[in-house]
Design a protein around this ligand. Sequence first.
Ligand SMILES: Nc1ncnc2c1ncn2[C@@H]1O[C@H](COP(=O)(O)OP(=O)(O)OP(=O)(O)O)[C@@H](O)[C@H]1O
Ligand SMILES: [Mg+2]
Length: 72
Amino acid sequence: MLFDPKPKERREDLFDRDDELNKLRTGLDYPVTLLLGIRRSGKSSLVKVLMSEEKDVIWIYLDLRKYEAMHT
Ligand SMILES: Nc1ncnc2c1ncn2[C@@H]1O[C@H](COP(=O)(O)OP(=O)(O)OP(=O)(O)O)[C@@H](O)[C@H]1O
Ligand SMILES: [Mg+2]
């Protein structure tokens, strides 16, 4: 769904992020990869789409958004 406020999870819903997705995929071969970007720029979407494509990788995804408001 195009206007869902949640991160995209399917490749076909992710717009214009081919380069970033492939760079992140390359990062799987390294011990640590940092994915940095301003708020709402699509960081979680990139990770979730990559997770959906790389089934052989063991992923541990912690969604901590519900704690965001606790310290503000
Ligand atoms: N390339 C994209 N194609 C389609 N939708 C996108 C894209 N990038 C971001 N969005 C949409 O914008 C919103 C924010 O995306 P997302 O949650 O992935 O960003 P984020 O960088 O992880 O945000 P936050 O900083 O809040 O964690 C979501 O609704 C997401 O679906
Ligand atoms: Mg996020």
